[in-house]
Design a protein. Structure first.
Length: 502
């Protein structure tokens, strides 16, 4: 008996299903906070809201639309070729960790992502599944779950009930009358609570940036002129590793998608992401695009391909008309937050369920570096708000709270998570020689400062890329690799009953 629903020879593949409505809300609300962040942080970064509306958001919108349409088409193509009707498109949107780093940085990131698309399929095939899933899970836990769930409990009057409703319906898979999407019901309840409490002056709406609604079209950029700015090339050692990490994160998302049952080809999936980033830079956007987490949750909720196309179209409409702040007044982030939290939780759960049970400890270890990275950012923000800096604070509390270790573990957290989880997963299987290779890679990366190396400045924590910038880590990892090689020599890989990598 086939494990997947099948299409009959004459059955049409619909563009839109009831599950796509729910999937749209989940995907849109995953990227919507990023769009609001772009608008809200514009003045902080030295850009007016009018400039962002007229010169940045249009480029963001077209790149997101193009990518969403491709991944919707890709899902339909896979459904046709396999005869299945349950294929779900890869979620896709804008990537904001590099907020206002500049068009030059986004352009080079696109170049790196496009080039890496042709060489990562080998890495995907030779990496333990735990190492591909748990960094993504750590990312979801830190930046989707924790970041938004705290906002929910900060505004319990308007956000806790919607979260209870949403979690109950998603967890139980209970169908609502007229197939109303759970996310739509939860958000409607939250919006109603906001309206009632605002009427009685019990809720204060968040401050929004004033932007005049209108029609804003993209402003193409002469990207060739960017290469003539010599001062920008000094950031190459930061831009290139970040571009490679973006590709690595997308690769891990593809593995998550495969674990959920949709095995898309690696090269085109990554290639379109890189091309969309290049297109965004050419149209004036400093933000790379990226594959989003949450595919398994969208699939479980019945989303197929239409949700992706609809997300691109709605994003286009909002970004070309300048109405984003108005939406925020009706649906605050605290109300939309539970949707994002749920998709993060599903991603974390998938990392534990899609690996052999005895490798769950590798997944648990892999969560820690991303949590350290998130905690470092939180501490940095708190310190900055008190008009001091980590450079001043560290000598007073660093030893007691191990802040130095927290920061070091978070630097290059995505790679560190992958290295440690891969090493542990392989050690569990007694594949010590392969585990030694991963520890050797950690030694090389730390020697060049890609992981663990940092410097404290008045402006916060900055990475240190260079030669021999984290020698204690490099030496320790090299010693660890040597120990694993000794284990390999003393205990060869068992030939009977050994666990598979994935």
């Amino acid at each position: 008996m086939t494990p997947y629903p099948q299409l009959s020879p004459r059955q049409n593949l619909p563009w839109f299903t009831s599950g796509d409505v729910d999937g749209f809300f989940g995907l849109f609300l995953s990227g919507f906070p990023d769009l609001l962040l772009i608008v809200g942080l514009a003045p902080v970064c030295g850009f007016s809201a009018a400039f962002v509306s007229s010169h940045v958001l249009p480029g963001v919108a077209l790149s997101v639309l193009a990518g969403n349409l491709f991944y919707a088409w890709q899902a339909r193509r896979l459904a046709r070729s396999t005869g299945r009707d349950d294929v779900t498109a890869i979620p896709f949107g804008v990537n904001t960790p590099t907020i206002f780093a500049g068009i030059f940085a986004s352009l080079l990131s696109g170049v790196v992502q496009t080039a890496c698309a042709f060489g990562t399929d080998w890495l995907r095939r030779h990496t333990p599944r735990a190492a591909l899933l748990c960094p993504l899970a750590g990312l979801a836990l830190a930046y989707l779950c924790l970041g938004f769930v705290f906002g929910v409990f900060q505004q319990p009057a308007v956000a806790v009930v919607p979260m209870i409703v949403l979690f109950t319906l998603y967890a139980s898979k209970l169908r609502l009358p007229w197939r109303i999407p759970p996310a739509l019901l939860a958000i409607a309840i939250g919006a109603a609570l906001v309206a009632v409490m605002r009427y009685f002056h019990l809720y204060e709406a968040p401050a929004t940036v004033a932007i005049s609604p209108g029609i804003y079209l993209p402003h193409p950029v002469n990207v060739f002129a960017l290469f003539g700015r010599g001062e920008w090339w000094s950031y190459l050692t930061i831009i290139l590793p970040l571009g490679a990490l973006d590709t690595l994160a997308s690769l891990q998302i593809l593995e998550s998608v495969k674990a959920a049952g949709d095995d898309f080809a690696t090269t085109p999936s990554l290639l379109v992401n890189g091309i969309a980033t290049l297109a965004a830079a050419c149209l004036g956007s400093p933000f790379p695009t990226t594959l989003y987490v949450g595919h398994a949750a969208h699939k479980a909720n019945g989303a197929r391909s239409g949700y992706s196309a609809l997300n691109g179209l709605v994003t286009l409409l909002l970004c070309l008309t300048g109405v984003l702040p108005l939406v925020l007044r009706v649906i605050p982030l605290e109300v939309a937050g539970p949707v994002v939290v749920w998709f993060g939780l599903v991603t974390v759960g998938q990392a534990f369920t899609e690996v052999p049970a005895n490798q769950s400890v590798a997944v648990a270890m892999g969560l820690i570096p991303m949590l350290a990275q998130w905690a470092t950012g939180l501490i940095s923000t708190v310190v900055e708000k008190t008009n001091t800096s980590l450079a001043e604070l560290m000598p007073r509390v660093g030893g007691e709270l191990a802040l130095g270790g927290l920061i070091a573990l978070g630097q290059g957290g995505l790679l560190t998570s992958m290295l440690w989880s891969a090493t542990l997963a392989l050690a569990i299987q007694r594949k010590f020689a392969q585990a030694a290779a991963w520890m050797g890679a950690a030694a090389v990366l730390s020697a060049f400062g890609v992981i663990h190396a940092y410097a404290l400045t008045p402006g916060g924590v900055v990475g240190r890329i260079g030669l021999w910038v984290a020698p204690e880590f490099a030496i320790s990892y090299a010693a660890g690799a040597l120990f694993l090689l000794v284990c390999s020599w003393r205990n060869p890989v068992p030939t009977v009953g050994r666990d598979p990598i994935s």
